[in-house]
Design a protein around this ligand. Sequence first.
Ligand code: AKB
Length: 311
Amino acid sequence: MKKIIVTGATGQIGTDLVDRLIKDYGDDNVLACSRRARPEDWAGSHYESLDVTDSKRFFELTKDFGADTILHLAAVLSAVGEDNPQLLWDINVNGLYNSLEIARELDLALFVPSSIGAFGPGTPAVNTPQTTIQRPTTAYGVSKVAGELLCDYYNKRFGIDTRGVRFPGLISYKALPGGGTTDYAVHIYYDALEKGHYTSFIDKGTFMDMMYMPDAVDSIIDLMEADPSKLKDRNAFNVSGMSFDPEELKRSIQKYMPDFTMDYDVDPVRQAIADSWPDSLDVSAAREQWGFNPKYDLDAMTKDMLEKLKK
Ligand code: AKB
């Protein structure tokens, strides 16, 4: 990667990723785009408002910037997607189609995140293999499977350098997630510090894969810089840093805040989504093919989240 355009740049991943790209690749080589107007405190010099369904503007911005890589993060998450599947399809699939076509026309590399949401109730839940039954039951999952397959198709049919990972729930202290099922694992840290108590919308015993944002950012850069001849799977590598349920997360917080308490008010919509997702992914393909090696386990993440959020 030399000159990079990032869509969805003000979202949960983009906020962390753009900071890191500017450090590693230089401010002049990173164009951040988002539907939002430029945030007042935005660090980078290059920022444009962009709706990824506007293919003409998306193409012109990418061409004028001279990008060699698109990191396409713009997407609607799982819980919001169940409220508005039409909006989800438009952004997640039509927006992705635009970025694939731009990558084809300008011969660019393209990163697209998939998700644990691309799996469904028929998927083996424990140590979920890289290649297995998917059949998701959410609008979000359907859009993610379509995205994985479209990226494979553009690679095979047009030779486009498409790459991607299946992200688990991502936890960050810089930006909040926007309407996902795994969001409880971020909100809990804010409420722990503000109220000493959290009411979880996901039930005890519900295990899901998660990852701390520094590991997620590393995984994007490491995959995009990996030797393409080693990438057998190429799109939608399983990645994960840990798997826990709300009780394990509570106990981890209690190691640093012994008075922290938690109760439950389960949201049936998000609980049904969580129940249809795997408990833990097999990440061996990512380890073998491009050296995926997350650094944070649950307690290391909790310590860092609480320290950083306190500041
Ligand atoms: C969500 O919960 O929708 C996302 C995801 C796992 O893709 N965090």
